[in-house]
Design a protein around this ligand. Structure first.
Ligand code: NAI
Ligand code: MG
Length: 541
């Protein structure tokens, strides 16, 4: 019963903006105590019990090209790793240039000759709706693959991310038959139609932190607009998208419309971004690789590029804030998904009048955070996704100590096996420190003190990034001033990480360009064509 309530709240949290309520209540230690504690870890007892064996057999490991699962042309495979155990889950076909070429050929044919762009938008919409129903039906399996491959908690996958995925496809199914152009007046005897056409073959490269949500944000709008796709998953998390792809074909997608390549960035990813026959590129990942794919896109066929990149998002807590609430939401804003969020609230600015109390409570909350096997009910934090990320985060913790930031709690690995890291907090962080300027992408909260509104605006904007910000205040003037002054794509006020399908998401500055989700994402996948027809002897202009 307790779990059912927890699950319902977690799912509701993604529909409403009460993430705080959902994360404070169901996953608090008091509710955890009522659950099975066999494999729970706590910072006091640092030992991982035998990992839970999820009930799943891995059957989809090949590339999905032209509606069929096929081996890589080279015959090569690569291992995907369980971040809990550091052991191999499965060997997956390793796509490379030749496979990308095959996939583009299939997608090209499906676009130029296939039924997909010619299908009525209503028919396309029905396929997307059937797919959403199949997501619901297979949500246990999708969530299991997602958590096994990435280390995120099963509860989060099953009750928040998979329902959000289904919701997103229903949202874009709703758009499919509402995409239309205009007729516009002309100065002479001309009839002018503005057509909104699909752009063609979309290349999409996604990361590992939210594999299925990133799949959805890219595939949903591209399909609603009538495009075909070559998508590359991240090498750390190839499994769940293959099942999603299979279900899309089961829902009635014509052959070749969606092709999925598992493989590495410098090979398969590079082949996509530089391909001459791909008409559009969408990328989510690091700023560094965002620059590389943009250059490749420009140097090949000048395909337009949308980028969702990194961030160093400020979370600003004003003097009038309810401290307990602010502590909880600031905790969630940073530690959610093991801190592996592009929009993580990774610079916590606290007004000086409440700073000491905030630090004390933030530390207590981090100490209570339940770290452990992501398949265990009640666990809030699983392992980081990979050894590379684990090393990177521990590296930044060391840098923070060397730079002189005050380590309040954590600072080390958790347990002896798996990529677990203790929830870590630095206080008195100075703006010039690397832990305040660079994306850590892990469970490391950096807290700093401010005095005035104008000071915090200047400091919050003093970054190369501009993805998101959190504002915590009950004063409407403070909220209005901050939300307009912050140079970021999303401002969450008295909430954080609210990701409804209709809300556009994207960055200012080096956090990228273009927006995903909502009506704005459709523009990324449409061409605009003006058809100007001379009219003989018009009755009116
Ligand atoms: P990454 O940017 O290398 O990987 C993202 C995607 O790009 C993956 O599918 C990867 O295979 C692909 N890729 C890599 N090199 C490529 C290339 N030369 N051409 C085409 N595609 C390429 O990110 P990585 O190495 O996994 O993580 C490094 C850091 O990036 C993280 O620590 C984090 O700071 C940031 N990051 C940000 C994400 C976001 O959501 N904005 C997601 C993942 C990572
Ligand atoms: Mg990389």
């Amino acid at each position: 019963m307790a779990m059912l309530r927890a699950a319902t709240r977690l799912s509701r949290a993604f529909r409403t903006n009460s993430i705080f309520e959902s994360h404070a209540s169901p996953l608090s230690l008091s509710s955890v105590k009522r659950l099975d504690l066999r494999c729970l870890l706590s910072t006091a007892a640092e030992a991982v019990a035998e990992p839970i064996k999820p009930d799943i057999s891995i059957s989809l490991t090949k590339l999905l090209i032209d509606g069929k699962f096929v081996d890589a042309a080279s015959g090569k495979t690569f291992p995907t790793i369980d971040p809990r155990t550091e052991e191999i889950i499965a060997h997956v076909a390793e796509g490379d240039v030749e496979d990308v070429n095959r996939a583009v050929k299939a997608a090209r044919r499906a676009f130029d000759k296939g039924p997909w762009p010619k299908m009525t938008p209503y028919e396309r919409s029905k396929i997307l709706l059937r797919f959403a129903d199949l997501i619901d039906k297979h949500s246990d399996e999708l969530a299991t693959l997602e958590s096994l491959d990435s280390g995120k908690t099963y509860q989060q996958s099953r009750y928040a991310e998979i329902p959000t995925m289904a919701r997103l496809f229903r949202y874009y199914a709703g758009w499919a038959d509402k995409i239309h152009g205009l007729t516009v007046p002309a100065d002479g005897p001309h009839s002018v139609q503005i057509l909104h056409e699909p752009i063609g073959v979309a290349g999409q490269i996604i990361p590992w932190n939210f594999p299925l949500l990133m799949f959805s944000w890219k595939v949903g709008p591209a399909l609603a607009c009538g495009n075909t796709i070559v998508l590359k998953t991240a090498e750390q998390t190839p499994l769940s998208a293959l099942l999603a792809g299979k279900l899309l074909y089961e829902a009635g997608l014509p052959e070749g419309v969606l092709n999925i390549i598992s493989g590495y960035g410098h090979t398969a990813g590079a082949a996509i971004s530089s391909h001459m026959d791909i008409d559009k590129l969408a990328f989510t990942g690091s700023t560094e690789v965002g620059k590389i794919v943009s250059q490749a896109a420009a140097a090949s066929n000048l395909k337009p590029v949308t980028l969702e990149l990194g961030g160093k998002s400020p979370f600003i807590i004003a003097e009038d804030a309810n401290i307990d609430h602010a502590v909880e939401v600031a905790h969630f804003a940073l530690f959610f998904n093991q801190g592996q969020c592009c929009c993580a609230g990774s610079r916590t600015f606290v007004h000086e009048s409440i700073y000491d109390e905030f630090l004390e409570k933030a530390k207590a909350r981090a100490l209570k955070r339940v770290v452990g096997d992501p398949f265990q009910n009640g666990v809030e934090q699983g392992p980081q996704v990979s050894d590379e990320q684990f090393d990177k985060v521990l590296g930044y913790i060391k840098i923070g100590q060397e730079e002189g930031a005050r380590l309040l709690t954590g600072g080390d690995r958790f347990g002896q096996k798996g990529y677990y890291i203790k929830p870590t907090i630095f206080a008195d962080v100075q703006d010039g420190m690397r832990i305040s300027r660079e994306e850590i992408f892990g469970p490391v909260q950096a807290i700093t003190k401010y005095k005035t509104l104008s000071e915090v605006i200047q400091r919050a904007n003093d970054t190369t990034y501009g993805l998101a910000a959190g504002v915590f205040s009950k004063n409407i003037d403070t909220v209005n001033t901050l939300s307009r002054a912050l140079r970021v794509g999303t401002v969450w006020v008295n909430c954080y990480d609210v990701f409804d399908a209709a809300i556009p998401f994207g960055g200012y500055k080096m956090s990228g360009h273009g927006r995903e989700k909502g009506i704005y994402s459709l523009n990324n996948y449409l061409q605009v064509k003006a058809v100007v027809t001379s009219i003989k002897d018009p009755a009116w202009l």
